[in-house]
Design a protein around this ligand. Structure first.
Ligand SMILES: [Zn+2]
Ligand SMILES: [Zn+2]
Length: 148
């Protein structure tokens, strides 16, 4: 199932399957990530759901995200220099970030190294591949930017 089709019930089941209590803030945070697929930062999530949960603080969002990463439900993206983004831990995929508009695109990994469980006797447990450049929309508009 594509994760953008996840319902609140699917999110609840996913949390329970990972031994995490499906609290309202965990569900809301995951629901935001699933619906938006925008690789959000703590601030993006906090600003989007704070009106729905008046008791929510930025620290709670941060701590919840950290916990969900630890449980293997989310992955951290360090594609930006000074801000962490979050994504669902679905099948391994690579990220392309446009340096002009900042949009992040998901792509499947189709390189044989990513099918391997080990390399040269070392066990592979985690992947992160970041691609940087200018996206097709910006190229079409002729928007360019120096540096990364
Ligand atoms: Zn772009
Ligand atoms: Zn992604």
């Amino acid at each position: 199932m594509k994760y953008e089709n996840y319902t609140v019930n699917d999110i609840k089941e996913m949390l329970i399957a990972k031994d995490v209590k499906p609290s309202i803030q965990r569900i809301k945070i995951l629901e935001y990530i699933v619906k938006n697929r925008n690789h959000p930062t703590v601030d993006m999530i906090y600003n989007a759901i704070k009106d729905e949960i008046p008791t929510l603080s930025r620290t709670t969002v941060y701590n919840t995200l950290k916990e969900l990463v630890k449980r293997g439900i989310l992955i951290e993206l360090l594609i930006d220099e000074n801000v962490v983004r979050y994504d669902m831990n679905i099948s391994p995929h690579v990220h392309f970030k446009c340096k002009v508009c900042g949009k992040i695109y998901d792509y499947d990994m189709n390189c044989e190294i990513f099918d391997k469980k080990e390399i040269d006797g070392n066990r592979i447990e985690k992947y992160s591949v970041y691609l940087y450049g200018t996206c097709k929309e910006c190229l079409k508009k002729g928007d360019e930017k120096d540096g990364y």
